[in-house]
Design a protein around this ligand. Structure first.
Ligand SMILES: Cc1cc2nc3c(=O)[nH]c(=O)nc-3n(C[C@H](O)[C@H](O)[C@H](O)COP(=O)(O)OP(=O)(O)OC[C@H]3O[C@@H](n4cnc5c(N)ncnc54)[C@H](O)[C@@H]3O)c2cc1C
Length: 397
């Protein structure tokens, strides 16, 4: 089989290596516009379960990836003077560049033809030249655009602005920090992804963004401003930029997932808000799902139908959870009025993926502390808030 893959991100590289590993006679070419060591962003997180999927798919890349992991089980929620820790949440962090380098090396070892510094302009010509063309060209997919009548995509922007930084301050665990400036509320999502660097993503609502005057600030001024907002969290370390710029999250969905012998994978096909940390995971699992159709002996048309049928419900469930999570962050301005424990509870259960019982199993001490807080506030007649929290507790149950 002859396969052309556009995009050397996690989705494209992983699909290429799985196909080539299964059958060395496949001719697999990956076209990537950037050089091998160029990347946007800093680290990415994976949830625990992703790892076993990767091990089953290719033990060698799984080994190299997990050797480079930083792992933790705590989510730390920082609000005003308090830090609430919730345990039992298994995550791993890795530098995006390291992940890409591992996948590139593995592709090269297996004989995938990697063509860096190669911008694809004529998608249709490339599609004619192969049995399967994979559009793994990211959120702004050119392939999706070229076949828009077939894929019928819908694109929608989130309301918050966010920016993706790094910092030498080390956050041991997924740390969600909420700070108020005179302009409004800022949230930071941070975690260590190597021995000396953490990801630090900042988001805020449009009103906060406008009142802060970011539209008139340079990159340096923006970083200095945000370093002041998060001064007590950054321990004197600066925010590091890597082509970092403010953007709105873009939700991508496609009504159809293939057009003839062309299929989309990863962010080109669907996105899920970064607050549930699953974009890379979903991109890699897409590759596994499509690969498995071919491994089961299907030809291209059948594999593409089966891929869409089996994978779409999984993606829709993630997108729903990510949507709930995104909306929560868009309304953070209202939630920060809560006390730290109910605030952390609301944050942990925002996506609907973790309910009251699951949270209790993960961290009984946290749920106990939360329940004691509720009882205290009710008995102290701290009535309105307490009753609201009790209501929340009941509905979560
Ligand atoms: C702020 C932020 C934080 C995130 N945090 C996380 C996280 O913690 N965990 C997580 O799992 N995910 C996270 N993600 C999401 C993650 O980065 C993406 O979901 C993931 O990279 C998708 O992989 P992909 O291979 O589909 O696309 P990409 O990684 O975007 O790769 C697409 C590739 O295609 C190339 N390309 C595009 N067009 C062409 C062309 N015409 N010719 C040749 N090459 C082309 C690009 O150069 C690029 O290398 C985050 C995203 C953002 C924005």
């Amino acid at each position: 089989m002859r396969l052309n893959v556009i995009g050397g991100g996690p989705a494209g590289l992983y699909f290429a290596l799985l196909m080539k590993r299964r059958d060395a006679s496949h001719e697999v070419t990956v076209f990537e516009r950037n050089p091998p060591d160029a990347t946007f962003g800093w680290g990415v997180v994976f949830s625990g379960r992703t790892l076993s999927n990767l091990r089953e798919a290719d033990a060698e890349s799984h080994r190299r990836i997990t050797e480079s992991f930083e792992t933790w089980d705590n989510v730390d929620v920082l609000l005003r003077e308090s830090k609430v820790t919730v345990r039992g949440n298994h995550f791993s962090g890795i530098s995006r560049l390291r992940l890409l380098n591992i996948l590139q090396e593995r592709c090269a070892e297996l004989g995938v033809d990697l063509r860096f510094n190669t911008e694809v302009e004529d998608v249709k010509a490339l599609a004619r030249d192969c049995d399967l063309l994979v559009g793994a060209d990211g959120v702004g997919s050119f392939v999706r655009e070229r076949y828009t009548d077939a894929f019928r995509p819908t694109l929608g922007a989130g309301r918050n602005k966010y920016i993706w930084y790094g910092t030498r301050q080390l956050f041991h665990g997924l740390t969600l920090t909420f700070r108020e400036s005179g302009a409004g509320v800022f949230a930071a999502h941070s975690y260590k992804f190597s021995r000396d660097t953490s990801t630090f993503i900042v988001e805020c609502d449009e009103e906060t963004w406008d009142s802060s005057g970011f539209d008139e600030m340079s990159d340096e001024e923006t970083r200095a401003h945000l370093a002041r907002v998060f001064a007590r969290d950054l321990g004197g370390h600066e925010l590091l930029s890597n082509n970092s710029r403010w953007i709105n999250f873009l939700l991508v969905k496609n009504e159809r997932w293939s057009a003839g012998n062309v299929v989309l994978l990863g962010d080109a096909l669907h996105t899920a808000h970064f607050s549930i940390g699953s974009g890379t995971k979903l991109a890699l699992e897409d590759s596994i799902a499509l690969f498995q159709c071919f491994a089961a002996g299907m030809d291209v048309p059948r594999a593409l139908v089966e891929f869409e049928l089996s994978r779409k419900p999984v993606i829709e469930a993630y997108q729903q959870a990510a949507h709930e999570s995104r909306i929560w962050f868009e309304q953070a301005r209202d939630y920060v009025r809560l006390d730290p424990l109910p605030f952390a509870f609301s944050l942990m259960t925002r996506s609907g993926k973790v309910d009251y019982e699951r949270l209790r199993q993960r961290d009984p001490a946290f749920v106990e502390a939360y329940e004691s807080h509720l009882s205290r506030s009710i008995s102290e007649g701290d009535s309105q808030d307490g009753q609201e929290e009790r209501q929340t507790q009941k509905s979560e149950r």
